[in-house]
Design a protein around this ligand. Sequence first.
Ligand code: NAD
Ligand code: 6OD
Length: 478
Amino acid sequence: MKAEHYVGGVFRSDGTSFPLIAPADGSELGTVPEATQDVVDGAVTAARAALKGAWGATGVQERVAALRSVADGIEARFGEFVDAEVADTGRSRDFASTVDVPRAVGNFRAYADLLYGRPERAHMTQVPGWSSGTGEALNYTVRRPLGVVAIISPWNLPLLLSTWKIAPALACGNTVVLKPSEETPSTATLLARVIDEAGLPDGVFNLVHGHGAGAAGEFLTGHPGVDAIAFTGESATGAAIMRNAADHVTPLSFELGGKNPALVFADADLDAAVDGTVRSSFTHSGQICLCTERVYVERPVFDEFVARLGERARALDGYGPMISAEHRDKVLSYYRLAREEGAEFVAGGGAPEFGDARDGGFHVQPTVLTGLPETARTVKEEIFGPVCHVAPFDTEDEALALANDSPYGLASTMWTRDLSRAHSVAPRIETGIVWVNCWNLRDLRTPFGGVKASGIGREGGEYSLDFFSEPVNVCIQI
Ligand code: NAD
Ligand code: 6OD
C-alpha cells in the first residue's frame, strides 16, 4: 500500500518521505510522503475552490447520494481496507473486519440516513415582533456549511475515527482536508481512492500526510483558509492546536484523552463485570480512548474480582502490539514507574517474548496493578496501553469521589444489578459517557465526547451536524 496525498483530485507523493513501520514485527511497510506548507496550501485552496464550485451548489439529496456511494465503495474494497488497517496498526483481522471497516461504512450510511428526506434542516417560527413592537415577523433558520474543515485524526482507530468526522462534514456541505496520523496513513489513502472513484468533485475531499508539530498538522490547523478544525488525539496536542488556531478564532471540536474509571458494586453480576473489564481494559491492547485504566471495586468482592481479572489478563493471547517503538517504550516506562510507586503486579508488567517474528514488534503484556495510592502518577496519567489499576471502595459516595478525582472525563463503566443505584450514580459521574453493565455499546445518534480535559463539544447524530453547520436566522417582517 503506497501512501499518497490527494489534493484537488490529484494523487501525489513528491518530496521527502519517511518509513512506515509495521508494529506487529517492526518490518518496513513502505514510505509516507511528508506534506510541505505548499502541499497543505494546495489542499486548502482546492477545498475552497470546490466550495465555490459544483459542491457548493449541491442539495442535501445529492450529498446523501454521494455519502452512499462512498459507503458502497468502501464495501467493494472491504478486504483491502482490512489488510491496510491490520498492517498499519498490528490489530487482529477480526477486529478490523468487525469494527473498523464496518463502522466506516456505517458512519457514511448513518449520516446519509439522518439527512435523507430533510432537505432544509430549517426551523420556522412565526412570532409577534415582541422586542421592537413592530408587528409580526416570519423567522426561519437555515443551516449553512462552515466551509473548509480540517480533520486531524489519531492512529488508534484510523479509519473509524476519520470517517466519523468526514461523513457529517460532507453531509453538511463542507469540503475537507484530512491529515491522518503519520503512523497510520494507509486506509486514508484507500478512502481517497474510493472518494475519487465515487466521483465527488475535485477538491471536496483532500488528504495530506505527515507529522503534527512543526509539520503538516501544524500547517493545517494554523491555516487562515481553514474555517473549522475537528481533532481527535491527546489532550496536550489539543492544547497546542488551540493555541495555533487562536489567531484565526477557528471553531474547534475536540475528542481528547482519558483516564476512564469503572465502578464494580458488590451486587454486580461478577462474571459480566470481569468479562466487561477484560474487554474495556484490554481491547486493542488498551489503545482505545474509551478503555478503562482505573477500576474501583466494592470491598466485599475486591479480592475475588482482582484474582479473576488477573487470571484472565495472564491468559490473553493475540492482543496486539503498541502502535510504535516509542509508544511501547512509554507504556513500559509506566510499568517501571508503577513498580517504583509501590504497585503490586497481579498480571503482566513487562514485554512478552514469542520466539518468532513478533519479537521485532512492539508488544507489551496486559497488566493488572493494585496497591497504589490515588496520588500515584500511574493512577492519574493516561497510559493508553493494556493496563489497569484496581482499588477497593466502601461506599457509593467514596466510589463517586474516586471516579471523579481526575482531570479527564471521557467515559465510565458501572456494574450493578441495582437499577435505582444505576440511575442515581450514572448522572453524577463526571464523564461524557456512562455505560451501565456494558462497555462501548454504540448508537451513532447519541452524543459522544468528553468533559474536562477529555474534549470540547459532542459528536454523533445531530450533534455532529450542529458542529459542522452554521445556523443562520432569517427574519422577515410581515
Ligand atoms: P496525538 O495527539 O499524538 O496525534 C493525533 C493527531 O494529531 C496526529 O494526526 C498527529 O500527527 C497530529 N498532531 C500532533 N501534534 C500536532 C500539532 N502540534 N498540530 C497539529 N496536529 C498535530 O494522538 P495519538 O497518539 O495519535 O492518539 C492517542 C491519543 O488520542 C490518546 O490520548 C487518546 O486518548 C486520544 N484519543 C481520544 C479519542 C476520543 O474520542 N476522545 C479517540 C481516540 C484517541
Ligand atoms: O465509537 C465512536 O464513535 C468513537 N468515536 C470511538 C472512539 C474511540 C476512541 O479511541
